[in-house]
Design a protein around this ligand. Structure first.
Ligand SMILES: Cc1cc2nc3c(=O)[nH]c(=O)nc-3n(C[C@H](O)[C@H](O)[C@H](O)COP(=O)(O)O)c2cc1C
Length: 204
């Protein structure tokens, strides 16, 4: 049978953030399938400078849990005050904060630079643009394999501490911490603003 990419559109519309995850281990070959999918993403000038850290060691998970907890606690206080419509998400964020060490694996997307990136460039499309296509590939591959995942960034708020935990060289920058596991809940469709609110034709 000829491969058919049409199911991809279904996956795109049904890959939402999954934070409540089972502790069941993920087989190595499945982790490799995820990383292989991520590795098919494009990079600027085809530099192929995306790098990935797979974190499964309990001591390492505990250190990342500390960083995440500190940042989530600072963030959650504000969210309850200013955004009641965020409470569903915040409940899941807090579940993940409290069960972080039981999650079987965390994948850390990184970029390796040739020279020290300045702050503007490191945060901008010119650099992050080479990691996010791979990240989205990874999320879609996880969905295809029945795994739940979510992009998280709060655990990188103290970037120097996160880099130290991960042993990252000076020219390697982390962009997210992606918890991965088999979901406790059901997959469902994402809910987004309609195109009429976000698209402009020919000019703003
Ligand atoms: C750049 C970025 C940073 C994010 N950081 C966090 C985070 O630190 N913690 C978290 O639980 N979710 C985080 N998220 C997940 C978003 O909250 C989630 O993707 C968004 O609410 C859409 O969820 P949905 O696809 O289920 O609708 C982040 C997402 C992105 C794209």
């Amino acid at each position: 049978m000829t491969p058919d990419a049409s199911d991809l559109l279904y996956a795109i519309h049904h890959t939402r953030a999954m934070r409540r995850l089972k502790s069941d281990p993920i087989p190595d070959e499945v982790i490799n399938q995820l990383l292989d999918a991520a590795n098919q993403g494009p990079t600027g000038s085809n530099k192929q400078n995306a790098r990935w850290i797979v974190v499964r060691d309990p001591t390492q998970k505990a250190k990342l849990a500390d960083l995440n907890r500190t940042a989530v606690n600072a963030y959650v206080g504000n969210q309850y005050d200013v955004a009641p419509n965020m409470r569903g998400i915040v409940g899941a964020v807090m579940w993940q904060r409290d069960h972080w060490e039981e999650i079987p694996a965390f994948l850390i997307p990184c970029l390796e630079f040739e020279q020290t990136p300045n702050d503007t460039w490191a945060a901008g499309a010119g650099s992050g643009g080479s990691i996010w296509p791979g990240v989205q590939n990874l999320l879609l591959a996880a969905r295809a394999l029945g795994l739940g995942a979510v992009i998280t960034s709060l655990g990188l708020s103290d970037r120097a501490a996160a880099k130290a935990v991960l042993g990252l060289p000076k020219l390697v920058e982390p962009y997210a911490i992606i918890p991965i596991g088999y979901p406790t809940g059901k997959f469902g469709p994402v809910t987004r603003k309609p195109l009429s609110e976000i698209v402009h034709y020919d000019r703003w």
